[in-house]
Design a protein around this ligand. Structure first.
Ligand SMILES: *[C@@H]1O[C@H](CO)[C@@H](O)[C@H](O)[C@H]1NC(C)=O
Ligand SMILES: *[C@@H]1O[C@H](CO)[C@@H](O)[C@H](O)[C@H]1NC(C)=O
Length: 370
């Protein structure tokens, strides 16, 4: 499964090289313009050209990032569906087994879990890839500016090793842990009167959209409060994991990759990153609810619709009807064709701003001294 992701990244390297060529071309043009402008404007011109070049490089890097996210979603979906396989349960149910109720209970937990995992993983993929490609983008910019005679800070091998660490998020081990946390998750904090844990909610019980939202936010609160690890742990491999194959000593490139991963981990642990991730998750879960709301519309002409058109509690559905709806959401969340869900995440201004800061930091010439 992962080989398709790696081959994608490999194919993608061409794009990086292409960007390099374009940036190189702009650089030569810049040199020419610089000469024309005469000496006395030299400093301003250099500054301006450097800015323009960085900006151009940044924009094309963001487009690359969006494409990369979209093309990784099918692998992400496959990883989640393999971990949380509700299809096998629905197949079992078709055979009308004696323990039907038990299977339904499992299906209830699995369908909620996999939808929540899909939202988390997609949000993490969007922000992590954005960070990683901007780290690489910044270094590539510096390498391009430095010219061919200096040793590159991020040679292709390092880029690939570094980006390969996304394999980690796509299910190489940690997804299992994440899923495990979630499986225990649907036990909300002390329930106020009239509410029940998802486990306690019977299949026949009806839930309104508002109650469904409550269930989801309990699960979320439980996941985030119950996680003993920082979120970066779910997203990024440890250096030892990333370089597990290198049993016989570390090369210069390996050390460069470790340094990049270290720097990235520091960023992922920063309060700023967590604010951005939180905002992305808020957006993701709210999009999910918008989508679920479609199924809770009162039928036209219903007295409820004229009575309280916007009410989140106007329509209730039995949990047994909600489960297949929730279960199917992964197809929308991890859709390869740009859905509102992923577009919303990609266009999020906070993510963009954070990306710009990362790029700014890693493309700033003083980083060269490090
Ligand atoms: C990366 O971080 C680890 C743990 O914080 C540290 O032991 C190691 O020396 C760092 N490696 C590099 C190359 O900075
Ligand atoms: C995440 O966002 C929600 C909604 O804005 C906010 O209530 C919550 O405190 C935030 N959590 C963190 C850890 O920033």
């Amino acid at each position: 499964m992962f080989s398709s992701v790696w081959s994608f990244i490999k194919r993608h390297k061409r794009k990086f090289i292409f960007t390099g060529v374009v940036v190189g071309g702009v650089y030569v043009l810049g040199k020419y313009a610089q000469k024309k402008m005469g000496e006395f404007q030299e400093n301003e011109a250099t500054e301006y050209i450097a800015q323009a070049r960085r900006q151009f490089h940044f924009e094309s890097n963001q487009r690359t990032c969006n494409m990369t996210v979209l093309s990784m979603l099918p692998s992400l979906k496959e990883a989640v569906v393999n971990q949380l396989n509700s299809e096998s349960l629905t197949a079992l149910l078709k055979a009308k087994p004696a323990n039907k109720l038990e299977i339904w209970e499992d299906l209830k937990i699995i369908s909620f879990t996999r939808t929540v995992v899909a939202v988390y993983s997609t949000c993490m993929l969007v922000v992590l890839l954005r960070v990683q490609l901007n780290v690489i983008g910044g270094y590539l910019y510096l390498d391009n500016s430095a010219g061919k005679n200096t040793n590159p800070l991020a040679p292709p091998e390092v880029q690939q090793q570094y980006l390969s660490s996304i394999q980690h998020l796509l299910g190489d081990g940690r997804m299992d842990t994440h899923t495990h946390t979630l499986r225990q998750a649907p036990t909300p904090p002390p329930p106020p009167p009239h509410t029940h844990t998802l486990i306690g909610v019977s299949l026949k019980q009806s839930l309104s959209l508002l109650e469904l939202e409550q269930q989801l936010s309990w699960i979320r609160a439980e996941v985030e409060a119950g996680s003993e690890r920082p979120m970066s742990w779910y997203m990024l491999a440890d250096a030892e994991d990333a370089l597990a194959d290198q049993a016989c000593g570390l090369t210069e490139n390996d050390l460069a990759t470790i340094r990049l991963l270290n720097e990235t981990r520091d960023m992922l642990d920063s309060p700023d990153f967590n604010t951005v991730l939180n905002a992305t998750l808020n957006r993701g879960f709210s999009r999910l609810l918008d989508n679920l709301a479609e199924f809770f519309r009162p039928p036209p002409g219903d007295s409820a619709s004229s009575f309280a058109p916007d009410s989140l509690s106007a329509v209730s559905l039995p949990l047994a009807k909600i489960i297949p709806i929730v279960n199917g959401q992964i197809n929308y969340i991890c859709s390869e064709t740009p859905s509102h869900f992923v577009q919303d995440l990609l266009m999020n201004d906070q993510v963009k701003e954070f990306a710009a800061n990362v790029y700014e930091t890693f493309s700033a010439p003083h980083e060269l001294q490090k």
